[in-house]
Design a protein around this ligand. Structure first.
Ligand code: BDR
Ligand code: CA
Length: 307
């Protein structure tokens, strides 16, 4: 069983990834959820996760993280996730509140206390870079960082850059150069695990958790629908599903360099087969088996949470 901290910017796909963790208490003990500016402002993404916790009656502690990247200004993405950062479901204002301490303090105190913690990072890496910079003596307590970010040869915000890394490349460089084991789920492996829109349409006939995912997908799928695609990646699911079922992935040990400059490729992850300081770069997955893990997670939650 892994003790995990989820670092996120919910975000439709962040929520679906968190739900998948929640469905597997035998694999994950969720110590806390940290938020960070990314898809939307830190305040908005924090409100979104609190709404989701209220929806299920959860009491996982939520810690506010950084409101801006290390160097440049935040660049919220309303086209991808809406003005709220989680457009689609209509959920009441949250009753739950965040913890008093901030994300950095939570990370520090948790790593001091625990022997080994896995970080699942679904957003820009600002919080985690600050943890590494401020408390280098605690870094050996991080078992690995399983993250969604980067790409081997493609891009979704610039020609060769993926959003989470592009949003704070200075932070990403600190994380990838820290010596901590990074498992990188980039754009290509996320695309390989795409859900068919016809599969997502079935969520309507499921239970309480499935219905929330149906509402999330109604907005989230628009990018694919507008382009005539029959499927869409649920990006942030990938680092979670890797931890649950590594055997369904193809991966390669590579060194990952983060590009900080460049008119066309700021935030590019330059993956090189050099063996020094290797990370694990996920390259491909078995789509059917990948989606089965997600659908099974929803079934588990539908049975557990009845409304
Ligand atoms: C990543 O960016 C965000 O919009 C998603 O939540 C995901 O973490 C995909 O590039
Ligand atoms: Ca995200």
């Amino acid at each position: 069983m892994r003790k995990i901290i989820i670092d996120c910017d919910p975000g439709h796909d962040d929520v679906m990834a968190i739900l998948t963790c929640l469905a597997h208490p035998e694999a994950f003990e969720i110590l806390g959820i940290c938020t960070v500016a990314g898809n939307q402002t830190m305040e908005k993404v924090t409100k979104n996760i609190l709404k989701v916790e209220d929806y299920f009656g959860l009491d996982i502690p939520v810690y506010k993280g950084e409101a801006a990247p290390l160097v440049k200004a935040p660049e919220p993405q309303p086209a991808a996730h809406g003005e709220s950062g989680m457009d689609g479901p209509v959920l009441p204002e949250p009753k739950r509140t965040v913890e008093d301490k901030d994300a950095l303090t939570f990370y520090k105190e948790t790593l001091e206390k625990e022997d080994s913690v896995t970080i699942i990072a679904l957003a820009p890496l600002t919080n985690i870079a600050l943890l590494i910079k401020n408390y280098p003596e605690l870094v050996n307590k991080i078992d690995c960082i399983s993250l969604m970010g980067g790409s081997v040869y493609s891009g979704n915000i610039q020609k060769r850059s993926e959003f989470n890394i592009y949003h704070d490349p200075e932070a990403a460089r600190i994380v990838f150069d820290s010596g901590v084991r990074v498992i990188m789920a980039g754009l290509e492996v996320c695309a390989a695990g795409s859900i068919l829109l016809s599969e997502a349409a079935e969520f309507k006939n499921g239970g309480y958790a499935s219905k929330l995912c149906f509402d999330l997908m109604e907005f989230y799928k628009l990018y694919a629908v507008k382009r005539g695609f029959d499927r869409t990646p649920i990006f942030d699911l990938t680092p979670v599903i890797y931890l649950l079922k590594p055997e369904i992935f193809k991966a390669e040990e590579m060194r990952v360099y983060i590009e900080l400059d460049g008119e066309y490729c700021r935030g590019m992850t330059v993956c090189d087969k050099e063996k020094e300081n290797p990370h694990l770069v996920l390259l491909d997955t078995d789509r059917e088996k990948f989606i089965e893990v997600f659908l099974d997670a929803l079934k588990i939650l539908d049975e557990k949470y009845l409304a």
